[in-house]
Design a protein around this ligand. Structure first.
Ligand code: MV4
Length: 444
């Protein structure tokens, strides 16, 4: 087992990793930018190293600074959390070259899954259902026209280097194809220095349901059931839950099986997520594979009673997993509480938390790095905390969430708490009747 892990991240996830390391008897090193010097990860880690100024490029994204911090503290592994360098091929490789275990995917896996057309080709070959579309990248506009005629409009153009909603265009009819082709290519070239584009049939009003997976170094793989992440706004998830209200036992078996095929196809080692789009007929299609721990891993932990960070560390250290799948025994919901003003189009609201009271009690979990007097910096993402509830049923979980939101006091900045309170009262949400389009029409 590792003796000392450096956490190449900040905020709640850095704290989350430190907590598990402590329970496992592993020493921890926090790295921090100058504005984070008074943060809880710095306070609770065994050691802390300043790696640069507030701007991420010069601190949390600086590979040389982070490797230097690992070398001077003698860390034998690095946990990258989510975001920042967690799916960075170069960082994974540099860690390898310095004999530091990167707790995440290999450089090869990151590059294979990061190129979406390539990832899709891998999944088709493995027998994972994928959305009908072009055979790899489109050659030119004529190829795009031919493919669209074959699969029928509406279609979607996607940048192969994109993902998470960047570099996509929906095309409803042939006369709009040429300008969409030109603009998607130009945008992809500018944003990713890669203008490779592929095409898919556009799935209208899908649900976003993802399967948590784990694989070890010996070829064992299992799934840990699903999370429904359909409540999103501009590709930012707002609420996640498990089990999905749209799930059936039969669909879970099929999606779990497909996710395991995806895991085995890339010899994946570690914990990861296979994202699917699910249409109204409960047909599902591979979308992306995430090779990191995700923000919403918490709800899976709550319903199957499992520490996913611990599992991640054990797998990285070479331990075997049983290969048995895990099924939800309870219902869990997570609300992401952001420093954003829901009354002003979710505009960011950084600043000082002047007064703070955290909810608690049975079935409540709050993952956060904030406290009274903490200042939310405009330099990083605006998440304040993740409020997680677990209960016997979905109905009970919603009631519990309402109760917890009502106890949660954050003063000095605007937060998304009022949005979540309204959502928990929404008839369609309560009925489990929602798709990725839900937020387009949600009145707030
Ligand atoms: C799609 C789609 C419909 N049809 N692909 C958005 C993020 C990126 N991972 C892929 N995305 C989508 N791909 C086809 N063929 C709709 C989306 C999509 C979406 C997916 C999941 C969650 C929220 C979304 C919001 C808008 C569009």
């Amino acid at each position: 087992m590792f003796k000392k892990i450096l956490i190449a991240n900040r905020g709640e996830i850095a704290l989350r990793v430190i907590r598990t390391c402590k329970e496992m008897g592993i020493k921890t090193v926090a790295v921090y930018s100058t504005v984070d010097k008074d943060s809880l990860p710095v306070r609770f880690a065994d050691e802390a190293v300043c790696i640069g100024p507030a701007v991420s490029k010069e601190s949390y994204l600086s590979i040389p600074n982070i490797i230097a911090a690992a070398e001077i503290t003698n860390a034998d592994a690095i946990h990258p959390g989510y975001g920042f360098l967690s799916e960075n091929e170069k960082f994974s490789r540099v860690c390898q070259e310095h004999d530091i275990k990167f707790i995440g995917a290999t450089p090869e896996q990151i590059s294979r899954m990061g190129d979406k057309a390539n990832a899709k080709a891998t999944m088709i070959a493995a027998g994972v259902p994928c959305i009908p579309g072009s055979d790899g990248l489109l050659k030119d506009l004529a190829d795009a026209k031919k493919t669209a005629t074959k699969i029928k409009y509406p279609v979607i153009l996607k940048a192969t280097a994109g993902g998470g909603g960047k570099g996509m265009r929906i095309v409803w009819k042939e006369e709009d194809l040429e300008s969409a082709w030109d603009s998607t290519r130009a945008e992809a070239a500018a944003a990713f220095a890669n203008d490779g584009i592929y095409m898919e049939k556009f799935i209208e009003e899908p649900r976003h349901i993802e399967i948590q997976i784990a694989g070890d170094q010996y070829g064992n793989a299992c799934h840990l059931s699903e999370r429904d992440c359909s409540i999103q706004r501009r590709h930012q998830k707002l609420v996640e839950e498990t089990p999905s209200p749209f799930m059936t036992d039969e669909l879970r078996e099929r999606m779990g099986e497909a996710a395991i095929k995806a895991t085995k196809a890339v010899n994946y080692e570690g914990v990861g997520t296979v994202e699917f789009l699910v249409d109204k007929n409960r047909d599902f299609y591979f979308m992306e594979m995430n090779t990191r721990i995700q923000v919403e891993h918490t709800i899976t932990e709550e319903v199957i009673n499992y520490d996913l960070i611990k599992e991640q560390i054990k797998i990285a250290a070479g331990e075997k997993i049983s290969g048995e799948n895990h099924y939800p025994k309870l219902h869990s919901i997570q609300c992401r509480i952001n420093a954003e003003d829901p009354y002003k189009d979710f505009r960011p609201s950084p600043g000082k938390i002047t007064s703070y009271h955290a909810p608690g009690g049975h079935g409540i979990r709050l993952d956060t790095h904030v406290y009274a007097g903490y200042t939310i910096s405009p330099n990083y993402d605006s998440m304040i905390s993740k409020l997680i509830v677990v209960a016997q049923t979905r109905e009970e979980a919603i009631k519990k969430m309402k109760r917890a939101l009502g106890e949660y006091v954050i003063e000095g900045i605007a937060t998304t708490i009022p949005f979540h309170q309204k959502l928990m009262e929404d008839e369609q949400f309560i009925a489990g009747n929602f798709t990725t389009k839900f937020m387009d029409t949600f009145e707030f």
